[in-house]
Design a binder for this molecule. Structure first.
Ligand SMILES: C[S@@+](CC[C@H](N)C(=O)[O-])C[C@H]1O[C@@H](n2cnc3c(N)ncnc32)[C@H](O)[C@@H]1O
Length: 244
């Protein structure tokens, strides 16, 4: 299962990504007024969800298929008091069912890229829609693919984290035809695992949205709420379920 081996190192690994802290701050801000019942597919170690629950009196349902990531999230939640409440469900993006429809379903830090085909992405959007209240929000982000960076850095080891005990590197092997990235994570020169994801074009998302029951509320180009432009490095979508 992807992330099983990486789980103990996940937070350290992703701390080296320039968008790690930015995503935390962005979701903390945008979810402040997004209603009480939230859900995060791909909650992982709870990096974002637990920050929300520390600060706000909300209920977050975290969904993930990786038991090792969920175990870390569960232990962190139990380790200290939180303002809000957490429920964890071990399930897949395409099949999860919430007990109550959510006010907002959010999926931070390019996690939507783990859904590798557009038909599956549409199935995921349908599942999100089925689990939202009418007028509920669906928020997700991804980077804008940069072919120059990808060519220059393809298969190169990049240092993401280092302390006295551990050095974490990753390398991204781009499949430019199928628009898929195989990201290999190494700890102290030992390969932990390879995780696969894809990049998404803005036009593809527009097509998917028009085939769904969502309307576009906002497209940001950065985690400081910048408007999206053709030179933006990120795409952050705020959709709302029709029928409010
Ligand atoms: C990049 S991590 C993101 C974790 C967290 N949201 C964050 O921002 O740090 C992606 C997470 O999505 C989970 N995941 C990937 N594909 C999934 C799927 N099809 N169903 C459920 N969880 C999935 C992985 O197990 C992993 O925990």
């Amino acid at each position: 299962m992807e992330y099983s081996e990486v789980a103990p190192y996940y937070d350290k690994w992703c701390s080296g990504d320039e968008d790690c802290e930015k995503t935390e701050k962005f979701y903390l801000e945008i979810l402040r007024n997004a209603g009480h019942c939230l859900a995060e597919p791909g909650v992982g170690t709870g990096r974002v969800a637990l920050k929300i629950l520390e600060k706000y009196d909300k209920h977050v349902v975290g969904i993930d298929r990786c038991e090792e990531m969920l175990d870390i999230c569960r232990a962190r939640y139990a380790a200290k008091p939180h303002t809000g409440t957490l429920e964890l469900i071990k399930d897949d993006f395409l099949t999860f069912r919430l007990r109550e429809p959510a006010d907002c379903i959010y999926i931070p830090f390019r996690t939507i890229g783990h859904i590798l085909s557009n038909p599956e992405l549409l199935r995921f959007m349908k599942n999100v829609e089925n689990n939202l209240k009418p007028g509920g929000k669906f928020i997700f982000d991804h980077y804008i693919f940069d072919p120059v960076w990808a060519e220059e850095n393809n298969r190169k080891d990049i240092l993401l984290y280092q302390d006295e005990k551990i050095r974490i590197e990753d390398s991204t092997d781009h499949d430019f035809v199928n628009r898929i990235v195989h990201c290999t994570v190494k700890c102290n020169d030992v390969v932990m695992e390879t995780i696969t994801f894809r990049w998404l074009e803005v036009l593809e998302v527009l097509e998917l949205v028009s085939a769904s029951e969502f309307s576009i509320e906002k497209l940001y180009g950065g985690y400081s709420f910048e408007n999206w432009t053709s030179t933006s490095k990120n795409q952050i979508w705020v959709l709302s379920k029709n029928g409010a």
